[in-house]
Design a protein around this ligand. Structure first.
Ligand code: PRP
Ligand code: 7HP
Length: 191
């Protein structure tokens, strides 16, 4: 496990570990258990929202005890910084037809809610048998549109976090822990 062993192993841009890999692992197991119970007897289509959800999805599906297919969608909402422009669009659509399927949208973080709100609207129109949302991190203070969350890993404060799939300018996705980015790093960023 990466740790905060008396010095900043991550470099000057990072402030502190918010959730270490052991805590994440425990919570992902619990989420997997809940989802497996709820979907018993059904087959699931887990849809990961690229790229942030990649690592969470990979860990989560390995905790499921129901049959599961995997697909991905990519959307654009953020530029090269920490603030949403408000505009969301699909960059890569699903490869599978979701009509009549039990779809679970898997997301790393809900911030303003714009990304999930947009995808839920689009996917609802495709007539899935059911459509639920599983997010690892929820940052409710930042919400601009309400989003129904069926499975939530952690509620976190309004701080910019990286690691476990989450990035800042495409960096830090590979960290095993979820770590707070120093405000000085993105303060003054135009996006
Ligand atoms: C991030 C994150 C979520 C979205 C959440 O994605 O992974 O998808 O923003 O923000 P919202 O609730 O305000 O819409 P980003 O667009 O940075 O792409 P990435 O997943 O490729 O990092
Ligand atoms: C998007 C996003 N990406 C990485 N870290 C955060 O805290 C974020 N909020 N919204």
């Amino acid at each position: 496990m990466h740790g905060w062993v008396g010095h900043n192993v991550y470099g000057a841009e990072l402030e502190r570990v918010l959730l270490d890999s052991a805590a994440i692992d425990r919570r992902v197991r619990e989420l997997g258990d809940s989802i497996s119970r709820d979907y018993a007897g059904r087959e699931l289509l887990a849809v990961g929202i690229l790229k942030g959800a990649l690592i969470f999805l990979a860990d989560l599906v390995r905790r499921l005890t129901v049959p599961v297919a995997i697909d991905f969608v990519a959307v654009g909402s953020y530029g090269a910084g920490t603030e949403s422009s408000g505009a969301v669009r699909i960059l890569k659509d699903l490869e599978q037809d979701i009509a009549g399927r039990h779809v679970l949208l898997v997301e790393d973080i809900v911030d303003t809610g714009l990304t999930l709100n947009y995808l839920l609207e689009i996917f609802r129109a495709r007539a899935p048998a059911s459509l639920r949302v599983c997010v690892l991190l929820d940052k409710p203070e930042r919400r601009r549109v309400p989003v129904p969350i069926d499975y939530c890993g952690f509620v976190i404060p309004d701080e910019f976090v990286v690691g476990y799939g989450l990035d800042y300018n495409e960096r830090y996705r590979h960290l095993a822990d979820i770590v707070v980015l120093r405000r000085e790093v993105y303060r003054g960023s135009s996006v």
